[in-house]
Design a protein around this ligand. Structure first.
Ligand code: CUA
Length: 313
């Protein structure tokens, strides 16, 4: 089934209900028109000459005009009403909204999503954690071109536009994993600009949040230590951040919790030792056009870097 048909939040449910209403209206109109066509064809099937033509009947014309007009105004009204309802700021969020604040700030990059949590300070990529049953305010912005943030089962679509801040509400009824996508063509790897929303029960979320607030421990293992030195000598730190170290650049994804993530490169690979190795050896063969360059690393260096990245959880 398509995820849009499996709403898992009050907002997605309202959008789905509107879709069903419009589908019912359209189906009724289609059925009436189809029946009239069939009747006309059936009744005229043996005639060779044109049937009697009627012109200038104002009453019929008024019906032609008023009927569709009423239907279109009706659909416009229920659609506009829905948009206003799902965008409305609930009272408990008024202060936050007036300050332009948000629970999560999502920044679209070519081609990945930066996810920054206001409470824990964690900055991650392509994975959003939220507690079930709680409505979170999400600020959307872009670092380069226009992207579009869409989690079909949870919320409306919203563009991430350079130089602008847009807001949406994100909420999930039940624990689960919900697929999100970039829904606006934004360059070569638009198709691999996926993300996932992990909705956790409030107690699981609290556990996750406690962990998210901590900087990763210093690497203990020899390979990981060598990898850490390489990370800085190879200029990885010119693009990436690792909380608790001097790496604080924001061009590429923040790597503070890279070992905890389930996927790499906007969903292009599962996060495993094998795939991290593949990515470091030749990112361009995995995701052509990605801003991650090929450093022509030898096998030992790749192994050490992977060991370091695996220590960052
Ligand atoms: Cu970002 Cu399409």
């Amino acid at each position: 089934m398509f995820p849009v048909f499996q709403p898992e939040s009050p907002q997605a449910q309202a959008i789905f209900d509107l879709f069903v209403t419009v589908l019912q209206i359209s189906t009724a109109i289609f059925t009436i028109v189809a029946v009239l066509i069939v009747v006309a064809v059936w009744r005229g099937r043996r005639r060779s000459a044109l049937p009697k033509q009627a012109f200038g009947d104002h009453r019929t014309e008024m019906v032609w005009i008023a009927g569709p007009l009423v239907v279109l105004v009706w659909i416009t009204a229920i659609s506009a009403n829905l948009v206003l309802t799902i965008n409305a700021v609930p009272k408990v969020h008024l202060e936050q909204a007036e300050a332009g604040a948000a629970d999560i700030t999502v920044t679209g990059h070519q081609w990945w999503w930066e996810i920054a949590y206001s409470d824990s300070g964690l900055v991650s990529a392509n994975e959003i954690y939220l507690p079930t049953g709680k409505r979170l305010r999400v600020k959307l912005q872009s670092a380069d071109v226009i992207h579009c943030f869409w989690v079909p089962q949870l919320a409306r679509k919203m563009d991430a536009i350079p130089g602008r801040e847009n807001y949406i509400w994100l909420e999930a009824n039940r624990p689960g994993v919900y697929q999100g996508r970039c829904a606006e063509y934004c360059g070569t790897q638009h198709a691999w600009m996926n993300f996932k929303v992990y909705a956790l029960s409030p107690s699981d979320y609290a556990r996750w949040q406690a962990k998210a607030g901590r900087a990763p421990a210093d690497p203990a293992e020899a390979d990981a230590l060598a990898g850490e030195r390489l990370f800085f000598s190879l200029t990885c730190a010119n693009c990436h951040t690792v909380r608790g170290t001097r790496a604080d650049a924001t061009i590429g994804p923040d790597l503070t919790d890279i070992a905890s993530r389930k996927e790499l490169g906007g969903g292009v690979l599962e996060n495993s030792r094998e795939n991290l190795t593949r990515w470091l050896k030749d990112p361009q063969s995995v995701k052509p056009g990605s801003k991650m360059p090929n450093f022509q690393l030898n096998d030992e260096h790749v192994r050490q870097l992977v060991a370091y990245l695996e220590s960052l959880d």
